[in-house]
Design a protein around this ligand. Sequence first.
Ligand SMILES: Cc1cc2nc3c(=O)[nH]c(=O)nc-3n(C[C@H](O)[C@H](O)[C@H](O)COP(=O)(O)O)c2cc1C
Length: 198
Amino acid sequence: MIYLAVMGSERKNKNTNAALDAFLKGISNKGHTYEKVYLKDVEINRCIACDNCSRTGHCIYNDGMGDLYKKIDQCDVFVVASPIYFNTINAHTKTMVDRAQRYWGIKYGYGRDKIDIPKKVGFFIGVGGAKYTHDQFLWAIPVMDMFFKALNAEFRGIYNISETDQIQVSDRPSILKELEEIGENFSDLKEFFIQKVL
Ligand SMILES: Cc1cc2nc3c(=O)[nH]c(=O)nc-3n(C[C@H](O)[C@H](O)[C@H](O)COP(=O)(O)O)c2cc1C
C-alpha cells in the first residue's frame, strides 16, 4: 500500500500537523510507509480555467503540482489534512483541489477513454479552532467529496477536530490515540465514517 499525505496548514508544527502525524504513526505501526507533503512548500499556481487539460490532457503549468499529480496517481491511499478557514478548507489546500480540474479534463475531455486514472481511497482530517458548531466543517466536506471523486478516490472517512485554538491537538492524548488507531486499522476499514471531536 502506498500512502500519500498532504498537510495543508501554513503552520508546520501546529494542530493539523499533529493530527496528521498521529494518523501516520498508526500507518507506520502497521509496517506501511508513507510520503508526507507540506503544501506550504510546494509551488502550486492557481487554476486559471484555460481548459488546456480538457483539450490536451495536460495542465499548462510546469510547477510543483506536476510532481504531486504523479504521487497522487501512484498512491493507494490519499490523506488530506486541512485547517478550517471560514468554514471550509484553507487556501493552500483549495489551490491544490482546484488543480484537480486536470482530472475532470482527462475524464470528460481529451483523456476520455485514453487515460486511466487509478483508483484509490481518500481520507480527510479537518481542524477547526473554534468551539464546535453544526456548520463548522459542513462546507469542507462537499469540497473534499468532489475532489476525491475527480481523483477516482473512494472517500472513506472524515475526522474533524474542534476547539484547537483553546486546546491544542498535541495536548489531547485521546485524539492522538484515536487517530493512531484509525491509521493502524485504515487498510481494513470498509465503511465510510465521520468522527467529530468537539
Ligand atoms: C483566516 C482564518 C480563518 C479561520 N476560520 C475558522 C473557521 O471558520 N472556523 C474555525 O473553527 N476556525 C477557524 N480558524 C481557526 C483555525 O481553524 C485554527 O487556528 C486551526 O487550528 C488552524 O490549524 P493549524 O493549527 O494547523 O494551523 C481560522 C483561522 C484563520 C487564520
